[in-house]
Design a protein around this ligand. Structure first.
Ligand SMILES: [Zn+2]
Length: 289
């Protein structure tokens, strides 16, 4: 595995160079399409984006981390094939992440020097995870860093001041969700959550309620997402209903949409009612056919 190290470093650096060099062309294209006329205040130097990871580490040092995984695995007597797979997986993650980071960073920097650009819009490429889909089409000022996770391939589209006032134009999370296959929806959000969204639940609420390790309370009982069974949550909801208790978000975190679906999926009317009660849906029109 060591023998491919120099090639990998070179490949990443070449990808960085290409990604950075493309940024000004991309920006110019978007500005042209938007009818903007101002010239940039400065030009982007693609070479400056080469050789460093987004966190400031040398690309070569970053790649050493990947090889470190391989070496440690071998020391622990992990079979050669498995150790290699582990190291390569890390390597691919670093390569993809750094290449995408460079591309975004270059667009970011290249846009800062354009007087006509007010900010950027997050552009999500499918397939994507639920968190990214939730941010699709959102507008950010350039003072805002790009939210991303390892291997995230979301990109940013420069937005002119005029487009900013219009509120952007690309796909909303809901539109993006609607364009996905059922399998893609299930994979991005989880089966229960995807079903809840199909039933009319708000994507933002579904995703935010899934924060790892979140503990919430319903019906006066505290439980974690994994611990509760369908039967259990049915009882919680029953108790809440008997109490005539209106759910108040300020008081308790809420059950995930997945739990509601798991507990109530067979009863669409009840499901819609509970999804609305816990703030997952907000329109009366959201009652599924
Ligand atoms: Zn993502």
């Amino acid at each position: 595995m060591e023998e491919i190290r120099p090639q990998v470093v070179t490949a990443v650096e070449e990808a960085q160079q290409e990604a950075a060099a493309l940024a000004p062309l991309y920006i110019a294209g978007t500005l042209l399409a938007a009818g903007a006329v101002s010239a940039p205040l400065a030009l982007l130097v693609a070479g400056a984006f080469v050789g460093l990871a987004a966190n400031g580490l040398l690309i070569s040092a970053l790649m050493d981390f990947a090889f470190g995984y391989y070496r440690r695995a071998r020391l622990l007597d992990v079979p050669e094939t498995d150790a290699r797979a582990l190291g390569l997986a890390k390597l691919l993650t670093y390569v993809a992440t750094e290449t995408n980071d460079t591309a975004r960073l270059a667009v970011h920097v290249g846009s800062v020097v354009e007087p006509d650009i007010a900010g950027y819009e997050r552009v999500v490429t499918l397939p994507a995870c639920g968190r990214c889909i939730l941010l699709s089409g959102r507008l950010y000022r350039y003072s805002t860093g790009f939210l991303r996770h390892p291997r995230c391939d979301c990109s940013m589209r420069p937005i002119t001041s005029e487009q900013w006032r219009e509120g952007g134009s690309s796909r909303s999370p809901q539109a993006l969700f609607g364009s996905m296959t059922r399998a893609q929806q299930d994979k991005a959000f989880g089966r229960g959550e995807a079903a809840a969204i199909r039933a009319g639940a708000d994507i933002g609420r579904v995703v935010n309620a899934r924060r790892a390790g979140q503990v919430y309370v319903a019906g006066g009982h505290e439980f974690t997402r994994e611990a509760i069974t369908s039967r259990g949550i049915g009882r919680q909801l029953g108790a809440l209903a008997r109490n005539g208790g209106r759910y108040r978000r300020s008081q308790v975190p809420r059950p995930t949409a997945a739990q509601l679906v798991n507990a109530l999926g067979d009863d669409q009317i009840e499901l819609v009612q509970q999804l609305r009660r816990f703030g997952y849906i907000r329109h009366d029109e959201a009652i599924p056919a």
